[in-house]
Design a protein around this ligand. Sequence first.
Ligand SMILES: C[S@@+](CC[C@H](N)C(=O)[O-])C[C@H]1O[C@@H](n2cnc3c(N)ncnc32)[C@H](O)[C@@H]1O
Length: 447
Amino acid sequence: MKKNNVRDVALEALLQVEKNQAYSNLLLNAFIKKHAVDKKDIPLFTELVYGTLQRRDTLDFFLEPFLKNSKKLEDWVRILLRLSVYQMIYLDRIPERAIFFEAVEIAKKRGHKGTASLVNGVLRSLQREGVPSVEEIEDDIERIAVKTSHPKWLIEKWVKQFGLAETEKTGETNLLPPVQTARVNKMKETSDSLIEKLNEEGFSVEHGDLSEDAVKSVKGNLVHTQAFKEGLFTIQDESSMLVARALGVEENDNILDACAAPGGKSTHIAELLNGTGHVHSLDIHEHKVKLINEQAERLELGNIQTYALDSRKADEQFEKESFDKVLVDAPCSGLGVVRRKPDLKYTKQQADVEKLAKLQYTILETVASLLKKEGRLIYSTCTVDHEENADVVAKFLENHPEFEKDETVASRLPERVKPFIKDGELQILPHYFGTDGFYIAALRKKG
Ligand SMILES: C[S@@+](CC[C@H](N)C(=O)[O-])C[C@H]1O[C@@H](n2cnc3c(N)ncnc32)[C@H](O)[C@@H]1O
């Protein structure tokens, strides 16, 4: 496939994300297959789609002075300009004449001569005059929003919750490509031996930085390995690996995972149970429950039982006080995983956060009754927002005096996260460890 085709396919992919027809992370693979993107072009294709999407608002800021006199642009033209400016500013290995030439070719093919000359004119003026400086934006919120390409409402909210400096760092970290990490299936393998096997398969793999269960890929997608097929590991972010550890799984525990698909944490819990006990894994979506079963099968874990069930009705299915431990890894806005799903930062709204907080609270309240006295409950999300995290837990504790914070959680988590644990709660921001943003609260039902 010629490079200009890669750009045209990237443009098409971005157009679909823009029209809200697809999530970027799901769309990429589908596009690679559908348009038969050559293996050697996949890194460039991925970079173009993710990079242009991640930096959308910054690119629009750069383009704005050069579009002042243009009529409203068609979506594809604006995306083509963003895609081209992204390459000019952020990718130094592509010569500018190649970027101009290919942009004009695409414009001719998709539009007409006039569009091609507009694209050419805008890019040449931008090259000649240079882009405006983001640092000169006076208002701090506006500057961080434009510089890190996040909506203003979100930056404003994070600044209130975490302060200016932390918000800026979070925003900047959200622009970086994520590292791929994997959790060793300790039922079958040790980290050292897994690293050796993966390196023998031609990958470059090291120990993780945070979790004792993690290895990280320096280069290459670990899904395409024999070791993956053999169930020796699961792809999982390191912060997410802390959840099952926080639960403090013990032999023969009967554990409820109330929001379990695709099974990342259920399978981790099952591995820590080491063939004993039971994990009961619920998810509201039947098709997602299948994913848990597939993973359990691949990892050869026999102690997971799955249910397609709304956990707000879990008290109709299970006896009160029947579980030793309960995990609520709640549906959330996902604002901790923006590196992997950049479209989330543009599509999520404050109204979504409020709706989710209500759902999270109801799930938590329902399944809490199923926990045995002196049992442990972990509430976790992959978001960085007090409203979905600490506020949900605070409201729950206020209405449920039979629960208290479990401060022993620190003893089950790695040294490096300890400074961030406050009163049984851990909020990880992406720049702390280069992981996803994550929240974990540990609660205990009184005796
Ligand atoms: C954050 S994801 C869980 C990730 C999972 N714990 C893992 O580690 O792979 C939240 C899940 O909750 C499910 N969900 C949403 N509402 C639910 C409900 N009312 N009852 C049960 N599951 C629900 C979603 O389908 C989604 O799979």
